[in-house]
Write a new protein. Structure first.
Length: 216
């Protein structure tokens, strides 16, 4: 069963593949946006992470006919009243410029003492099945899950792994380290996205099993 992950971020695809392997889920082939014919993508104008993830899954199902998973995630900083939030990827004004986003965040928190540098990552993941497939397999068409990761914002970037705000985020489980200094397996265990995707792994296992049964 082919499943579209509505992202061009290879690291997100790798995260879900690792979770599927760890759960011994077989029969699911993950495709990225780079693996399917290009289609027009609706701007992510949602007010919440779930809203934006839904925008991406609707597009994926409509244009490819495949079950589609989408994630929208970001960093919520206590001192900034929960921002960057849904604006995390374009906090500096240009979408996806991780370095500029990190530099702006550091500048905004430059005078903030350590005890007020609390923050958390949020990940909203949506799985949407084509209506006909959901009916055929006796499954819901729509699944929404969320995951959270508590920590604090460091005063300088640390580590070479990860992406986005990972070099600045120190999780409560690994004080003094950044998310970009953790092994992929440790990050999967702790992270907001890992926690959200883990909830979808059970659904993907059911999807794989029922798709095989229905084809017999």
């Amino acid at each position: 069963m082919q499943v579209l992950v509505a992202s061009r971020n290879k690291k997100k695809l790798a995260e879900l593949n690792r979770l599927l392997e760890a759960a011994n889920v077989t029969g699911i082939e993950l495709l990225s946006l780079a693996d399917v014919p290009e289609y027009p993508e609706t701007p992510e104008t949602g007010a919440t992470f779930i809203d934006n993830a839904n925008i991406k899954t609707v597009d994926g199902v409509k244009h490819t006919g495949l079950p589609t998973i989408a994630d929208d995630s970001g960093l919520a900083v206590d001192e900034l009243n929960g921002m960057p939030g849904v604006l995390s990827a374009r906090w500096s004004g240009k979408h996806g410029d991780d370095q500029a986003n990190n530099e702006l965040l550091l500048a905004q928190l430059s005078d903030t003492p350590d005890e007020r540098r609390g923050a958390h990552f949020v990940s909203a993941c949506v799985l949407q099945l084509p209506a006909e497939l959901a009916e055929k397999l006796g499954m819901r068409q729509h699944y929404e899950v969320e995951g959270y990761w508590l920590g604090r914002v460091l005063r300088q970037e640390q580590g070479e792994n990860g992406f986005g705000y990972d070099p600045l985020f120190s999780p409560v489980e690994e004080p003094g380290k950044s998310a970009a200094q953790l092994s992929p397996e440790r990050k999967d265990e702790l992270s907001h996205r890992g926690k959200a995707l883990a909830q979808l792994v059970r659904v993907l296992a059911e999807l794989a099993e029922k798709s095989v049964t229905s084809a017999v």
